[in-house]
Design a binder for this molecule. Structure first.
Ligand SMILES: Nc1ncnc2c1ncn2[C@@H]1O[C@H](COP(=O)(O)OP(=O)(O)O)[C@@H](O)[C@H]1O
Ligand SMILES: [Mg+2]
Length: 241
């Protein structure tokens, strides 16, 4: 399913966080790469329907605008926000059932069990989220985002807190999922995406600096690795705010 963004902008009061973002997503893995403050989360929150873009912005799913689709739009979207939105007092299983209800899904018991096994939390399903480690929380947030097999899966810095083995599991899940769906993943960890992403969108100050496949980008900038290209564009120091 094609997701088209046309001239999407976002102001927070006077601050322009996203400036005329225009891009067309189809199936595959799309990585948003850029320093802190580049506008990655703003873009993802807009695509997820969590915040509204400025007037004049256009978002179209399979040719139909977000406004026209209304609530139906959300049923196509799975979202893992940058900060987890777990409910500490809920068990992992209860949280999954809760999200399933919010998404209006029915008969999801077996899907929930399957997803929890995939993220290796099935054995912890009756434990409270509040007691989970950072990595367990990330994995549960990934599982809830995938509930209902959304066409567009949006993952905002999903690998934070994962150990190397879990990163591999995560990459494989992303790869498998992206065969028939769109996965949009943000990161500032280059190694998470260079071998994985079908398309890389490099962002800075709310705009696309460059986009393309890993090899096309490397060729264009005369770099041998994505890390080198990143440093070339953004300097040795991260623009951390
Ligand atoms: N709720 C907000 N209110 C005001 N400014 C914000 C808000 N959210 C983000 N910003 C600003 O918008 C810019 C983009 O932020 P963000 O989308 O979080 O970038 P990224 O995810 O790439 O780090 C930053 O300058 C940030 O300070
Ligand atoms: Mg962010």
């Amino acid at each position: 399913m094609t997701l088209e963004l046309k001239n999407v902008s976002k102001h927070y009061r006077k601050k322009l966080a996203l400036n005329g973002f225009t891009y067309s997503f189809s199936s595959g893995i799309y990585a948003l790469l850029g320093p802190n403050g580049a506008g990655k989360s703003t873009l993802m929150n807009i695509i997820a329907g969590v915040i509204e873009a400025d007037k004049g912005s256009g978002i179209f799913l399979a040719g139909r605008s977000i406004g026209e689709l209304g609530d139906d739009y959300r049923s196509h979207i799975g979202f893992m926000p940058q900060r987890n939105a777990l409910i500490d007092s809920f068990s992992a299983l209860r949280f999954m059932k809760y999200i399933s209800g919010l998404k209006g899904l029915k008969n999801t018991d077996s899907e929930i069990a399957e997803l929890m096994k995939k993220v290796e939390l099935y054995g912890n399903r009756n434990e409270k989220c509040g007691g989970f480690s950072g990595g367990m929380k990330q994995r549960l947030m990934l599982a809830q985002a995938m509930l209902g097999s959304p066409d567009i899966l949006i993952l905002d810095e999903p690998t934070a807190g994962l150990d190397p083995r879990q990163r591999v599991i995560f990459r494989n899940m992303m790869r498998e999922y992206s065969v028939n769906n769109t996965v949009i993943v943000s990161t500032h960890i280059v190694s998470d995406i260079e071998a994985q992403a079908d398309n890389i969108i490099i962002m800075k100050a709310g705009e696309i600096t460059a986009s393309g496949t890993n090899s096309a980008l490397l060729e264009r900038y005369g770099c041998s690795e994505l890390e080198e290209l990143y440093l070339k564009l953004f300097g040795e120091k991260d623009d951390t705010e």
